[in-house]
Write a protein that binds this ligand. Sequence first.
Ligand SMILES: [Zn+2]
Length: 93
Amino acid sequence: MAQCICRDIPRYESIGSRSSLDYYLDLVYTLAKEGILEITCDMGDNTDYAHIEMFCKKCKRKLMLVCEAYHGAGGFIGSEKYRKSKRPRKTKK
Ligand SMILES: [Zn+2]
């Protein structure tokens, strides 16, 4: 099977900084604009919390981006089902 373009988004990746959150938000919105991703739920960047649910129109892969928006801490992008199989990196508390 050919690799889908949505592979730009990792299976599961923890987000630990505002800059990596910005990077992934940019990626998600760019892919959505290009018609690759369909955003099904977007609670927006106007709150303290980024929460976007989407799927790839081509391969039907379901994806999520969930992150505390202000610090960009404690979030992840990818498929929740991989959450348990790959532990996010430890972050300072
Ligand atoms: Zn895809």
